[in-house]
Design a protein around this ligand. Structure first.
Ligand code: NAD
Ligand code: UDP
Length: 338
């Protein structure tokens, strides 16, 4: 039996495929490559020494999905596929709802048709909005979400909860990721943003490699120790390992479960810059810019539930995340080239 990984050619997906294959799982990847490259999976194959079964397909394409489910013995689905740029989602809400919501509905419906009722869904800390307390536990009430991307995460969580409530054969694990950064230790795989990065770490590494001149720090007047926003950065390989643990949990038929995946440690924007400089010896020029609309000041998790129930805990610190991000960027200044 296989684990079908939608969005498996992407940043988190490809690192997860490595961990799954290393754990002896059979994996089938479905990705339309809208934000990724075939090359990432070739690199997975080099690392694991195993072929990756890949279908280039859009999850909105029901006929194609059925063909795949006809051909493969799918046990469960890890659903990463989706568009994820917050700013773009404000400009193109319809595209985001069609891709993320409609695409997911087509996927869920196909799963039901083939009696595959086990799913792990990539959700996000964004569902907590501006959290009512930190560290954020899974009981923290969901907050106001200000952009369509984040709303698709919240809506898909609710949709999966309703589906599971109506049919207890479904097993649904919602994983709320905090801020994945870092890259595979080999330096051959990492985050490959198209165009100018929106997120902090890829922006820093592109400044470091000389592709961008200067980092803008979005606001230094927040109510935090150094005035910049605090996030819970987590190494992508730790995050990937969390999915392997979630697969084991899914096999125990948990019904519905929700887990935060983060380290439990908050780091400010200036902490990340300093840590990157210390880990790599490369200076990051920056200037303070106005606050970015929609940013929450402080967001970090209590990762205790995942430790207790999944037996998972992040291993890597910020220094390692910086070293690995830099190794990837330095060795692959243009990212993956097909
Ligand atoms: P990514 O863009 O690298 O990966 C997503 C993959 O999905 C890409 O390979 C893309 O080509 C594919 N895809 C998109 N729409 C598709 C469609 N209609 N059909 C088939 N494939 C499609 O992003 P990522 O950072 O690896 O994120 C993976 C998941 O985790 C996403 O759902 C994202 O929203 C979620 N997430 C990411 C973060 C983060 O900071 N990276 C944080 C929280 C949650
Ligand atoms: N950030 C920044 N400059 C950038 C990109 C991000 O100062 O070029 C800040 C951003 O304001 C936030 C933190 O870095 O406080 C993390 O931002 P990212 O977009 O990576 O993650 P998210 O906002 O989704 O948590």
């Amino acid at each position: 039996m296989s684990i079908l990984v939608t969005g498996g050619a992407g940043y988190i997906g490809s690192h997860t495929v490595i961990e799954l294959q290393n754990a002896g799982e059979e994996v089938v990847v479905v990705d339309n490559l809208v934000n990724s490259s075939r090359e990432s999976l070739r690199r997975v194959e080099k690392i694991t020494g195993k072929p990756v079964k890949f279908y280039e397909a859009d999850i909105n394409d029901a006929a194609k999905l059925e063909e795949i489910f006809d051909r493969e013995a799918v046990e469960s689905v890890i659903h990463f596929a989706g568009l994820k740029a917050v700013g773009e989602s404000v400009e193109k809400p319809l595209e985001y709802y069609m891709n993320n919501i409609s695409g997911s509905l087509v996927l869920f419906n196909t799963m039901r048709k083939y009696n595959v009722k086990n799913i792990i869904f990539s959700s996000s800390a964004t569902v907590y909005g501006n959290p009512s307390f930190v560290p954020i536990t899974e009981e923290c009430p969901k907050g106001k979400i200000t952009n369509p991307y984040g709303k698709t995460k919240e809506m898909l969580e609710e949709i999966l909860i309703d589906i599971q409530k109506a049919d207890s054969e479904w097993n649904v694990i919602l994983l709320r990721y905090f801020n994945p950064i870092g890259a595979h230790e080999s330096g051959t795989m990492g985050e490959n943003p198209r165009g100018i990065p929106n997120n902090l770490m890829p922006y820093i590494t592109q400044v470091a490699v000389g592709k961008l001149k200067k980092l803008g720090v979005f606001g230094d007047d927040y109510d935090t120790p150094d005035g910049t926003c605090i996030r819970d950065y987590i190494h992508v390989v730790d995050l990937a390992a969390g999915h392997v643990k979630a697969v084991s949990k899914l096999r125990k038929k948990p019904g519905i479960s929700v887990y935060n995946l983060g380290t439990g440690t908050g780091s400010s924007v200036l902490d990340v810059i300093k840590s990157f400089e210390a880990a790599t010896g490369v200076k990051i020029p920056y200037e303070v810019k106005p606050r970015r609309a929609g940013d929450v000041p402080v967001c970090y998790c209590d990762a205790g539930k995942a430790a207790r129930e999944l037996g998972w805990k992040a291993q890597y610190d910020l220094k390692k995340m910086c070293e690995d991000s830099w190794r990837w960027q330095k060795n692959n200044p243009e990212g993956y080239v097909d």
